[in-house]
Write a protein that binds this ligand. Structure first.
Ligand SMILES: NC(=O)c1ccc[n+]([C@@H]2O[C@H](COP(=O)([O-])OP(=O)(O)OC[C@H]3O[C@@H](n4cnc5c(N)ncnc54)[C@H](OP(=O)(O)O)[C@@H]3O)[C@@H](O)[C@H]2O)c1
Length: 214
């Protein structure tokens, strides 16, 4: 059976994986880029932006694991865009431009389904109103036997953890205090008992935590 994986989910010391006040200008709300400063210099991130070079240390080794062996992604509607409620902006195709960095089918969970969007480079966004179990069934059908990435945001990852559907969770604990936003860990008391847990702190100051189903 293919595995269900989360990678590079960056969380502040006080447990927030995004800030408050998401808007078109601020995809992470008041958090801005602070959750991902560890990621920006890596070779993996720069390659995703079409830029050469970048750091190749431990942060990059973790970041690069995001890509390998993934056949489909599931994301929440708020990762796809800042809109809420029924779609009014039918031109919106996500933050990532004409060639998004997924290159697989992507299932966007929403209570407001709309027609699928076929993008350049192999990404197709499918909008589904589905439980985590049902979304995972659809993603597995589309993934050709490869693994499924749960791409975030925190609400969606939390729902999949509540349903015990995640086999590998990579959280990056970032030494910042956001104070407000959307929390990852609420309602998940004792989560660590289901996993083998490892942690590595890197020179950038973040700690990579991996929770792997034994
Ligand atoms: N820290 C990181 O590494 C990281 C990674 C990825 C994303 N992010 C950030 O996280 C933020 C988004 O996270 P979030 O927690 O606010 O939201 P989210 O998980 O992206 O999306 C939640 C929304 O998805 C829809 N949804 C979720 N489950 C559903 C289901 N089973 N059926 C139907 N609809 C469902 C609902 O929207 P509707 O009811 O409106 O349809 C829900 O309000 C963004 O700011 C993004 O940039 C951070």
């Amino acid at each position: 059976m293919s595995r269900v994986r989360v990678h590079n989910l960056s969380v502040s010391l006080d447990g927030f994986a995004t800030g408050e006040g998401q808007s078109m200008e601020a995809p992470f709300g008041h958090a801005g880029g602070r959750l991902h400063e560890w990621l920006f210099p890596t070779r993996t991130f720069r390659a995703m932006q079409g830029e050469p070079g970048g750091e190749t240390g431990a942060d990059d080794a973790f970041a690069a694991r995001h890509e390998a062996g993934i056949g489909a992604e599931i994301m929440g509607r708020n990762k796809f865009g800042p809109q809420r409620g029924p779609w009014t902006d039918h031109e919106w195709k996500g933050w990532w431009g004409p060639n998004p960095p997924f290159h697989t089918p992507v299932f966007v969970l929403t209570h407001y389904p709309r027609p699928s969007l076929e993008m350049e480079g192999g990404t197709t966004f499918h909008f589904v109103n589905a439980s985590p179990h049902e979304a995972l069934r659809l993603a597995r059908e589309a993934a050709g036997g490869l693994d499924i990435r749960i791409g975030g945001g925190p609400t969606t990852v939390r729902r999949f953890l509540e349903a015990d559907l995640i086999d590998h969770l990579h959280v990056v604990l970032v030494p910042i205090v956001l104070g407000r936003g959307v929390r990852l860990w609420d309602g998940l008391e004792g989560l660590e008992k289901r996993f083998h847990v490892e942690s590595v702190t890197t020179p950038s100051g973040v700690t990579h935590l991996t929770f792997t189903r034994p």
